[in-house]
Design a protein around this ligand. Structure first.
Ligand code: NAD
Ligand code: IPM
Ligand code: MN
Length: 361
């Protein structure tokens, strides 16, 4: 199979974990006789530095012409004081919008060997396996440009959704639930927000079309609590942009580290951008410590969702688990035993193990 992939490493540990994902993909291509070509483009802080904008035109153009896009992370203290429209994060929001990537799939699965790395009780975390379906191109992030008013003494951000925007993400979540344990939790704040009331109405309407899926509504505050007190009650969670952002970082606690969570951001027709849930981690950037697993698992999601390469994706996922089972981990995972290693060593172990495993088949 021949595929052209655009790589957007971005800032901070984005560049370190992207290098890891590329090595893994190159190994997969060699082992399975695929031909993957890569084109690197700037986004975020690095794009501000080199092009004066967080999302250069050529980056959007390249993404539009690619078979899939991989993104590392954007942002960092260097650019924190810039006006909102020039911040690195605007580049990320811009590419999501430009490609209409409305559906952000964030799977959260606890690995048995890492149960004790979570600050939560092992017996509580064990068996948690959920998918957050986050609306990604609407809501507070994309309201009428937030602005300061009255000489900077008041501010406004707007939360706007159309019926169509809610319907398509709810459909996506029901479809995901159908392929999993068939339970959907819709998270909102319908006791306060008008947008949440419409959200809940739409979920109620849509559930008629998916009779095999059981539906539950939770208010976001209670959902945040239940996520870490009874995580195994969840299968698929569907929620609006900002709630999904917050709940997914919280859910990472189940896995032991934010450095473990991959994601896929998809358009209606399946076009996809794949990115870890974590950010550019300025506190550890440049130190060779970053956990590359979230990025590597994001590339596995790309193989599965964008290229239909299920066997290859599974090989990556199983290899990652076997390396963790063997006791190897990066510093972000608070493990009692085993061996702490850096980004490059972790990547090498995964690459070598993929080669051995595919040779054995
Ligand atoms: P962050 O996700 O970058 O880091 C939070 C904490 O988790 C830090 O202590 C960090 O060291 C740790 N961490 C995150 N990923 C890790 C990994 N792979 N391995 C080991 N440790 C890891 O969030 P933050 O510190 O709030 O934000 C830093 C910058 O990143 C900000 O500019 C923010 O806007 C940006 N950000 C970008 C994205 C993205 O590009 N998708 C996502 C979140 C935050
Ligand atoms: C994420 C990030 C982004 C978001 C920021 C960097 C704009 O936190 O991908 O989760 O909030 O969507
Ligand atoms: Mn986030």
């Amino acid at each position: 199979m021949k595929k052209h992939i655009v790589l957007l490493p971005g800032d901070g540990i984005g560049t370190e974990v992207m290098e890891a994902a590329k090595e893994v993909l190159t190994t997969i291509a060699d082992e399975f006789n695929h031909s993957f070509s890569y084109e690197v483009h700037d986004i975020g802080g690095v794009a501000i530095d080199f092009h004066g904008t967080p999302l250069p035109k050529q980056t959007v153009e390249a993404c539009n012409n690619a078979d899939a896009v991989l993104l590392g992370a954007v942002g960092g203290p260097k650019w924190d004081q810039l006006p909102s429209h020039l911040r690195p994060e605007k580049g990320l929001l811009g590419i999501r919008k430009a490609l209409d990537l409305f559906a952000n799939l964030r799977p959260v699965k606890s690995f048995d060997h890492l149960l004790h790395a979570s600050p939560l009780k092992e017996e509580l975390v064990k068996g948690s396996d959920l998918l957050i379906v986050r609306e990604l191109t609407g809501g507070l992030y994309f309201g009428t440009p937030s602005e300061r008013q009255q000489n900077g003494q008041s501010v406004v951000d707007t939360l706007f959704y159309t019926r169509q925007e809610i319907e398509r993400i709810v459909d996506k979540a029901f479809q995901c639930a159908q392929t999993r344990r068939k339970h959907l939790t819709s998270v909102d704040k319908a006791n306060v927000l008008e947008s949440s009331k419409l959200w809940r109405e739409i979920v109620e309407e849509k559930k008629q079309q998916y009779p095999e899926v059981t539906v539950e509504h939770l208010l976001v505050d209670a959902a945040a609590m239940k996520l870490i007190t009874n995580p195994t009650q969840f299968d698929v969670i569907v929620t609006e942009n900002m709630f999904g952002d917050i709940l997914s970082d919280e859910a990472s606690v189940l896995t032991g580290s934010l450095g473990m969570l991959p994601s896929a951001s998809l358009r209606e027709d399946g076009v996809g951008l794949y990115e870890p849930v974590h950010g550019s981690a300025p506190d550890i950037a440049g130190q060779g410590k970053a956990n590359p697993i979230a990025m590597i698992l994001s590339s596995a999601m790309m193989l599965r969702h964008s290229f239909g390469l299920d066997e290859e994706a599974r090989l990556i996922e199983e290899t990652v688990e076997s390396i963790l089972n063997a006791g190897f981990h990066t510093a972000d995972l608070n493990m009692k035993s085993g061996q702490q290693i850096g980004t490059v060593e972790m990547t090498q172990l995964i690459v070598e193990s993929i080669k051995t495993r595919s040779a054995a088949n």
